[in-house]
Design a protein around this ligand. Structure first.
Ligand code: PMT
Length: 419
């Protein structure tokens, strides 16, 4: 179950670029959620993917020009009635026409009519994306409330690589779902901030084939990273090597195995970060001895495995900041996955953990009954060092990320003082 409302009217615009085929996955994302999808390709998009494909996938007629289906006044009605317009891929030319307010085909006409959230997912060559004309067009569109995604970095048409690749359909879909849930544009309020996020679980090896690990999938950490990048931040993720998720667009990912490797990576990157978010599930203990060869069954096999305590990375960051070894205004966010027990409920333990760790904000999630780990949705509380407590209602991990980043930006604004 997700927080996404079903049965909404979604317009999927498709620009004329090689990535047009990925729009098919996006259309599926929406139809499978129960939404009604109208696809509006440009004439050039149909050079890449046939009209029949879009009609079959959406279950609706597909037109490109304003003179098709005149009795239904489609160039007015489709934008007026839409709950969301998503354009993927948005080419440099399409962005230029949208920024100029042109209405020379059905898609640009629909963009002018739309009063709902609009999401553009650009795809083009790096030179085009970085050209001052495109930079200005993206800024113009953003200033008008359009969410213009940061593109991914990777293989482009042909053999070259760089920034300008269309994010994967699931990533565009997740952001689109967030726009639907929040009924608002994604703010660019993290521009200029450097954000360091740990994600996934650590694995503490016993021998070459066995390890002590946990069930963290990395989904929550990656959702935070994906959204922080779309809010304008420069984002680095340090992820456990058991995380098997696509790299979020415009995010740098570094992989580690053990808690001590995570500590080394976090300590190296933290001095450059304005915000550190420890979403990783870090093993508190590791096997005291690593056996270089697989421990064999039978004689010689130990009955018990002695453990050693791992460093507390989060508490270490707070201590380093207090000692002036990290920026004094760095914001440090911890996570806690808690269950209640005889001593108290999750909130009782979360509050105690916040005091123990000393971070500025603690994201508390209740675990058990299939909650928190591995699943796509979550709920919890945001506990502030200032004593504030906010309930986060059940929703997607992208929605959780959005609430957490809202709290982070609010705390930073408060620390910066009045304008
Ligand atoms: O990855 P998913 O499947 O999406 O699941 C997300 C999640 C449940 C893993 C995530 O939301 C979460 O709660 N992460 C922290 C889980 C956890 O290990 O909590 P903890 O109570 O053990 O640790 C508290 C905090 O201290 C965490 O920020 C942790 O990163 C940090 N820590 C813990 C131990 C340690 N040795 N060093 C640390 O820095």
């Amino acid at each position: 179950m997700t927080d996404r409302a079903a049965g909404l009217r979604i317009v999927v615009g498709v620009g004329g670029g090689i990535a047009a085929y990925k729009a098919c996955g996006l259309i599926r994302h929406f139809t499978e959620a129960g939404h009604q999808v109208r696809v509006i390709p440009t004439e050039s998009a149909l050079e890449f993917v046939g009209k029949a494909t879009f009609e079959a996938l959406s279950g609706n007629r597909v037109d490109t020009g304003v003179f098709a289906d005149v009795p239904s006044v489609a160039h007015v009605a489709l934008g007026q009635e839409a709950d969301l317009v998503v354009v993927a891929p948005a080419t440099a030319d399409l962005m230029a026409r949208a920024a100029a307010g042109r209405a020379d085909d059905l898609l640009t006409g629909t963009l002018l009519m739309a009063r709902c959230p609009v999401l553009l997912a650009p795809a083009m060559h790096t030179e085009m994306w970085e050209h001052p004309a495109t930079v200005a067009n993206a800024a113009t569109l953003r200033s008008r409330g359009v969410t213009v995604m940061e593109p991914a970095h990777g293989r482009l048409t042909g053999t070259d690589t760089g920034a300008g690749r269309l994010p994967e359909p699931d990533q565009i879909g997740a952001l689109a779902d967030l726009l639907l849930a929040r009924a608002d544009a994604v703010p660019r309020d993290m521009t200029g901030l450097r954000v360091l996020i740990s994600a996934g679980g650590t694995r503490e090896p016993l021998d070459p084939v066995r390890f002590l690990g946990n069930r963290s999938s990395g989904k929550q950490g990656y959702a935070l990273a994906a959204l922080a990048a779309q809010r304008g931040a420069e984002v680095t993720v340090i992820a456990g090597d058991g995380v098997h998720l696509p790299t979020p667009a415009a995010v740098h990912v570094q992989t580690i195995g053990t808690a001590r490797e995570l500590q080394t990576a976090v300590d190296a990157a933290a001095p450059e970060a304005d915000v550190v978010i420890m979403a990783a599930a870090v093993a508190d203990f590791r096997p005291a001895d690593y056996a270089g060869a697989k421990i064999k069954k039978g004689a010689g096999e130990p009955d018990t495995v002695p453990l050693s305590r791992n460093p507390d990375i989060l508490a270490g960051l707070v201590e380093q900041r207090a000692q002036g070894r990290l920026p004094v205004d760095q914001l440090i966010v911890g996570f806690a996955a808690e269950t209640g027990d005889d001593e108290g409920d999750e909130l009782h333990h979360g509050r105690a953990k916040l005091r123990r760790k000393g971070c500025d904000l603690l994201v508390l999630n209740a675990v058990g009954d299939g909650r928190a780990f591995e699943v796509d949705d979550n709920a919890g509380w945001l506990l502030g060092a200032d004593g504030s407590e906010t309930t986060m209602e059940f929703g997607s991990k992208a929605l959780m990320a959005s609430r957490i980043l809202d709290a982070v930006t609010a705390l930073r604004r408060r620390a910066d003082g009045p304008d």
